[in-house]
Design a protein around this ligand. Structure first.
Ligand SMILES: N[C@@H](CCC(=O)N[C@@H](CS)C(=O)NCC(=O)O)C(=O)O
Length: 362
């Protein structure tokens, strides 16, 4: 594109009213300090910066944040009690989807409920999530409108972003744990008594050290690396993460040529962690983050493995391609793909229904 055309397109884009994130939202969030605890001048500056594609600022704000709430079941701090907790998650978010999948896979959905925030939020609001998919814009169990209400109940001085996943104690409405990295093992270990008879052991004792090690590798080279590629500000940085992702996918392709799941015949937490990135790969990361050396469907073993997992209701029912597309194409703009807000028609998602060949390892 010529410089003049680029400039014209850029100026056209600044005219687009991007407030359409929640077109019909009846709540006036701008006046609600609870709904938007960080409202104010700084927030406005941040959003103005965003509309001018100020991605350095954005990256600084959205940099991976250490989870602030880490109460555990395994050390006895949190009581393991049916009906006491609610997982708040967003269907677009790979980190949150991990926990939603684990709850269903372990059959804990009868004892831990789930509430979903809208993947879109009003313009002018960052760092919070809202229950605008629910009747009266209110979570039917917590009776809150914004996730920040639960963060502020847990810590009235809380000033960071509110993030999903967040496990909330229903009675007090307080977030007790928002650690996407440890919640699954907490559910696997401390909630055994309430798991279904057919629940897999996703963190078996003899594999724990290996699972921890592979989880770390998958985090660094896959889960986080796709984001790093999409948010890179320099060609060299982008290429570094691009290479890292595909080197690791090549390695995983080999591993999955010999066994059905990452650790053999049984699904573990590591499969959940890999799946949440793979299921977004061709739809989002390949196209939107330019992690596009190969598509997932170009890896015979990884592709069949992902489809195999997708046949399991816990994986399929917690995959919402519409929510994923909405968030990533309408809101989460990246340096590599910030010129258009069009949602692509492809890739063809019906292929997820096609048979897979993994039964040969049974
Ligand atoms: N780094 C997060 C991991 C979870 C996360 O990044 N969640 C995203 C959604 S995918 C989020 O809630 N971001 C808050 C925001 O975008 O304002 C954490 O500290 O727990």
């Amino acid at each position: 594109m010529t410089k003049i055309k680029e400039a014209a397109l850029e100026s056209e884009l600044t005219k687009i009213d991007v407030t359409e994130e929640l077109a019909a939202c009846p709540i006036d969030f701008s006046k609600s300090q609870v709904a938007n605890p960080r409202a104010g001048q700084k927030q406005k500056e941040y959003n103005n910066g965003l509309s001018k594609s100020n991605f350095n600022e954005r990256k600084k704000y959205e940099a991976n944040q250490e989870p602030q709430f880490n109460q555990l079941f395994t050390d006895g701090t949190l009581p393991v009690k049916p009906g006491k907790y609610r997982l708040i998650w967003s269907k677009h978010c790979p980190w949150a989807t991990r926990i939603a999948i684990a709850i269903d896979l372990l059959g804990l959905n009868t004892v831990i409920s789930k509430g979903v925030v809208d993947p879109l939020r009003p313009a002018g609001v960052v760092g919070d999530w809202f229950f605008t998919l629910d009747a009266n814009n209110e979570d039917p169990v917590l009776h809150t409108h914004a996730l920040s209400e639960s963060y502020l109940r847990a810590d009235p001085t809380y000033k960071l972003r509110t993030t999903v996943p967040a496990l909330v104690e229903i009675e007090t409405g307080k977030v007790v744990n928002n650690n996407y990295n440890t919640l699954n093992t907490e559910l696997a270990l401390a909630w055994k008594k309430y798991q279904s008879a057919t629940a897999p052991d996703i963190y078996p004792v003899q594999l724990r050290a290996d699972i921890d090690a592979l989880n770390q590798i998958i985090y660094t080279d896959v889960n986080a690396a796709v984001n790093e590629a999409g948010l890179a500000r320099s060609q060299a940085d982008y290429e570094k993460y691009y290479e890292r992702v595909f080197n690791r996918l090549d390695w995983l392709e080999q591993r999955l040529s010999k066994q059905r799941y990452l650790f053999g015949k049984q699904i573990t937490d590591t499969d959940i962690r890999l799946f949440v990135t793979l299921v977004r790969f061709d739809t989002v990361f390949y196209q939107k983050y330019y992690v596009n050396k190969k598509r997932l469907v170009d890896y015979p073993n990884l592709w069949n493995y992902a489809k195999d997992l997708y046949t399991v209701p816990a994986f399929k029912n917690n995959t919402d391609f519409d929510a994923i597309k909405k968030r990533f194409y309408q809101v989460d703009h990246t340096p590599v793909s910030d010129l258009t807000r069009i949602i692509p028609k492809g890739p063809d998602l019906s292929i997820w229904e096609e048979p897979n060949d993994r039964k040969r390892f049974e």
